[in-house]
Write a protein that binds this ligand. Structure first.
Ligand SMILES: NC(=O)c1ccc[n+]([C@@H]2O[C@H](COP(=O)([O-])OP(=O)(O)OC[C@H]3O[C@@H](n4cnc5c(N)ncnc54)[C@H](OP(=O)(O)O)[C@@H]3O)[C@@H](O)[C@H]2O)c1
Length: 254
């Protein structure tokens, strides 16, 4: 797939799935805006690795919970490039609690980054994608459709993100913008390894039908397909990447 000369913003791309996605798009010739919030060093390393692939990388710090910071990142893109081809709404956060323990603060924080930021970024991106066959991919998780322990507010926010995906797909189709989402089961990232080590999540390698966990690169490969013109007739869908876990009664999601 050739994305030569295109420009992508990948939110939360200093590490994990965002980093793998940024590198995959860069390997296809795409210039990348790397967004981070707390981990500057990780973002700078990702930018270096992107540039080593022969494309441009721009690192921008922005807290996606703050609408003013979202405006700033798009102002930078607008002034420097004047266009955007690809938006990956990947940055996410959350509070690990059961439904009965949720309060307004946990709700607002999680919904604002996982769902509202995707709305605001998509609105601003659409304005920069005029006549450029733009692509938007939202990164969701299986917790949107399945009940996982202490994942309530993240799961609810991801369900909102998936519904947003469908509305955006229809509203933006006449503007030539293709919108989809992916939904992954547990992905083997740094954060997940920590949770497994601490006993907060089970190591489900053995019970995943594929015999291994999903890797950030597995997600990145599907995202890059959705950003290609080969996927143009896929609209508003949520593509599940889980090695068969969600359709296997013997597998465990957590
Ligand atoms: N890992 C999994 O098992 C899994 C499974 C399914 C779906 N997902 C989804 O995949 C996406 C990436 O997850 P991940 O596991 O790779 O990453 P992660 O460990 O959850 O890290 C989140 C990423 O988002 C950024 N971020 C967090 N809060 C932010 C904020 N307020 N503003 C801007 N950026 C912020 C972080 O940047 P900084 O480090 O700079 O703060 C980091 O790059 C998320 O949407 C997640 O829900 C993950």
């Amino acid at each position: 797939m050739n994305l030569e000369g295109k420009l992508a913003l990948v939110t939360g791309s200093g590490r994990g799935i965002g980093r793998a996605t940024a590198l995959k798009l860069a390997s296809q010739g795409c210039n990348i805006v790397v967004n981070y919030f707390r981990r500057r060093e990780a973002a700078e390393q990702t930018a270096k690795d992107i540039e080593a692939l022969g494309v441009k990388a721009e690192v921008v710090r922005a807290n996606m919970v703050d609408p003013d910071k979202i405006t700033t990142i798009f102002d930078i893109i607008s002034e420097k490039y004047g266009y955007l081809d690809i938006l990956i709404n990947n940055a996410a956060s959350g509070v690990g609690r059961s439904v009965m323990e949720l309060d307004s603060k946990a709700w607002d924080w999680t919904m604002n980054i996982n769902a509202k930021a995707a709305l605001l970024c998509s609105q601003k991106a659409a304005a920069l994608m005029k006549d450029r066959d733009g692509k938007i991919v939202n990164i969701s998780s299986l917790g949107s459709s399945f009940v996982l322990p202490t994942y309530a507010i993240v799961g609810i926010s991801k369900a909102a993100l998936e519904a947003l995906t469908r509305y955006l797909a229809i509203e933006l189709a006449p503007a030539g913008i293709c919108v989809n989402a992916i939904s992954a089961s547990a992905v083997e990232t740094e954060a997940l390894k920590f949770y497994i080590k601490e006993g907060l999540i089970k190591d489900n390698r053995q019970t995943t039908p594929m015999g291994r966990m999903v890797l950030p690169e597995d997600v990145a490969n599907v995202v890059s397909f959705l950003c290609s013109d080969d996927a143009l007739m896929i609209r508003g869908q949520v593509i599940i990447i889980d090695g068969g876990t969600s359709i296997s009664p013997f597998a465990s999601l957590t």
